[in-house]
Design a protein around this ligand. Structure first.
Ligand SMILES: [Zn+2]
Length: 422
């Protein structure tokens, strides 16, 4: 063995396990492994899971908060205005440097797979060029998928379709779209049809920003599902946000959810951004503007959680930790039931990996050794305490390490350690 993790708690398994890693693979999981390895990590009863998968981030916009000015209202529309100003000063090095910093933050939080959107409504495709280089630079530790994302629309931006094709030819991994943002409903329908046609032609997955609005008349997801079935792309198509589903009438939502299941469309919800951006046109009561996560999951549809933004004009917070999305999801989606809490981490691990199409992912012999050791005994504790990622392992190597904070209280004249776990 090259690496052994000792005394690991594993979701769904009784007792503790040793995990033996040879090369970049998990070789064995067993209650006690007799042999030794040059690197041994003692999990000491803490939770070990497969690494985290970030399915929705905009690496071209990360870490630009306050440039050239702060978003005073916090609204989507002021964010778009500010981004329109910032994008004029976008350079290759600027994108590379910010994206790389954000990826280091994510890696420290256990993320080894990242799907990033990149705005291709730019005749020079500056950000795409930079992110293609970053994808190669970090390949040993992080697998990156780049989505060709037409931020201003495929048909509402000059030569939008040509730019999409150029981005795919240059090496973008995934076809993006934004039907609800196109100038007209007809353009939006063309957007969906083009995205899925390109996905079929170029044999790439598709991931569209879809119905990210509180407008209950925004209904492009049904066309995404229909085209997915027509073109035989089941399992390869993702709809991100789908916040309008919150506002659909129940009869329509019922019919739509059956359609999504039939098409095998993955849904990505982005609790951090959408909790602050949606419902901005409402007087009280203010809608939450979330997709119907509980109902989607109950109907056998794959749902995962994305971060979306880290410190950009739309969302000024974030440290690149998918667990923050889980924490907000519990509250905003009212998913505090015991079973819901226990599976919340799956929305940034196994379910996210299914959306990503990650090969060899999971905690089993023969799977690639991409693992996280949490400083918490259970998945619920990990989300509750936003537990430190004690060690992060990618391709069988330790790629990040965090010393957890330790608290002490002065209690009756003595120092006493406080651990926040029962
Ligand atoms: Zn997005």
């Amino acid at each position: 063995m090259d690496l052994i993790i000792r005394r690991a708690a594993i979701q769904g398994s009784e007792g503790l396990h040793d995990i033996g890693i040879r090369g970049d693979r998990i070789d064995v999981l067993t209650p006690h492994l007799g042999e030794r390895a040059p690197v041994e990590l003692d999990a000491a009863g803490s939770l070990v899971t497969p690494s985290l998968v970030e399915t929705h981030i905009h690496l071209d916009a990360v870490l630009t908060v306050g440039q050239p000015r702060h978003n005073r209202t916090g609204s989507l529309f002021e964010g778009i205005e500010i981004w329109g100003e910032r994008i004029k000063t976008l350079t290759h090095e600027d994108v590379k440097q910010r994206a790389t910093t954000a990826l280091k933050w994510m890696l420290a939080h256990g993320v080894t797979h990242v799907r990033t959107h990149v705005d291709v409504c730019d005749p020079n495709l500056t950000a795409l060029g930079a992110l293609l280089e970053v994808r190669e630079d970090v390949r040993d530790a992080i697998t990156i998928q780049i989505v060709a994302f037409p931020q201003q629309g495929i048909y509402s931006f000059p030569d939008g379709e040509q730019l999409m094709i150029r981005a795919l030819e240059m090496g973008a991994d995934v076809v993006g779209g934004i039907p609800h943002y196109e100038w007209t409903r007809e353009y939006g329908e063309r957007d969906v049809r083009t995205v899925l046609r390109l996905a079929a032609e170029y044999d790439r997955p598709a991931d569209l920003h879809c119905d990210e609005t509180d407008d209950d008349q925004s209904r492009f997801l049904e066309l995404v599902a229909a085209e997915t079935v027509r073109l035989g792309l089941q399992g390869r198509v993702t709809a991100s946000h789908t916040t309008a589903m919150h506002s659909y009438n129940n009869a329509y939502a019922y019919r739509l959810i059956r359609w999504i299941r039939k098409a095998g469309v993955h849904i990505i919800t982005n609790p951090l951004d959408n909790s602050v951006l949606q419902g901005r046109f409402d007087n009280y009561p203010i809608r939450r503007g979330f997709t119907r996560v509980k109902e989607l999951l109950a109907n056998g549809i794959n749902v995962c959680i994305g971060h979306d933004s880290i410190m950009d004009p739309w969302y000024p917070l974030g440290v690149g930790d998918p667990l923050q999305g889980c924490f907000v999801m519990v509250h905003y989606g009212q998913m505090s039931g015991r079973d819901e809490l226990e599976m919340m981490l799956d929305l940034v691990t196994s379910r996210a990996a299914a959306c990503f199409g990650a090969d060899d992912y999971g905690l089993g012999a023969g799977k690639r050794a991409d693992l996280v050791v949490f400083d918490a005994p259970t998945a619920v504790d990990a989300v509750r305490t936003m537990a430190a990622r004690r060690w992060v392992i990618s391709r069988g190597r330790v790629v990040a390490e965090t010393q957890p904070a330790r608290s002490t209280v002065r209690w009756n004249g003595r120092d006493e350690a406080v651990r926040f776990v029962l």
